[in-house]
Design a protein around this ligand. Structure first.
Ligand SMILES: Cc1cc2nc3c(=O)[nH]c(=O)nc-3n(C[C@H](O)[C@H](O)[C@H](O)COP(=O)(O)O)c2cc1C
Length: 215
């Protein structure tokens, strides 16, 4: 082996050693807690977010709320159309009506349930997509994602809610849906509950096998 090949071999071994990190997880699975990549505040915030299903009754301060909304609106959006329509509900009367109608609907035939539509969160945000724009649902998802991460960074918990919107889109939910006053062009897609968390759920493991690098 000549000097040049020896040097290449040493450099190769050095590179291999320096690139090695501990495996991030059990095979194919990772939870936020065991990620080992470099972290910064944004990464930490994303990894620490959980769906919160128990809230303190205290309201979210107006200035924090304004910031969460602003972060939502700054999400990327197709053609710059901002195709979403967003309704914020913090009115206790409307929250209680939604709760009780949803409970009644879910308990149909089996008596009332005690299920709470939004886990007692003090703020519910309803997001509707533009049915005339094919990528509007993507816009809406990105808007909500931004809002939830912004909320997390401010100590406020959140939970996406699909079930309640299925109900509101049924004939039984019509009256309440009308109160949200979406335009004819828009259909309710999902809601997000926001409030101060009253629980600390563990991270749910993620399946890393869903991601492949295509050579
Ligand atoms: C489109 C969508 C709909 C969801 N609907 C509900 C729901 O109706 N009720 C609920 O408790 N959680 C709902 N979730 C929350 C998911 O259950 C939760 O995000 C998932 O289990 C992962 O947990 P994590 O958010 O704590 O990481 C929904 C999430 C998404 C993205």
């Amino acid at each position: 082996m000549n000097t040049k090949s020896l040097l290449s071999l040493v450099a190769g071994i050095f590179l291999l050693c320096s690139c090695h990190t501990e495996p991030a997880s059990r095979e194919g699975e990772t939870g936020a807690a065991d990620s080992v990549v470099v972290k910064n505040e944004v990464v930490n915030t994303i990894l620490q977010r959980r769906s919160i299903r128990r809230y303190k009754p205290q309201p979210v301060e107006k200035d924090k709320w304004a910031q969460i909304v602003e972060c939502g609106l700054y999400a990327p959006n197709g053609k710059g159309l901002q195709s979403w329509e967003v309704r914020v509900v913090d009115n206790p009367r409307l929250l209680a009506s939604i709760d009780s109608a949803y409970s009644h609907f879910m308990g149909k035939g089996q008596g009332e349930t005690t299920l709470r539509a939004a886990y007692g969160a003090p703020v519910l945000v309803f997001i509707a997509y533009d049915t005339t724009y094919d990528l509007s649902q993507v816009d809406c998802g990105l808007l909500g994602g931004n809002m939830m991460i912004a909320a997390q960074s401010l100590g406020i918990g959140s939970c996406c809610l699909g079930g309640i919107c299925r109900f509101l889109n049924e004939p039984e939910g019509r009256e309440l849906l009308d109160e949200l006053d979406f335009p004819e062009t828009h259909k309710l897609l999902y809601a997000i509950a926001f409030g101060y968390p009253d629980e600390e759920p563990s991270p749910k493991p993620r399946d890393m096998n869903r991601v492949r690098t295509v050579e």
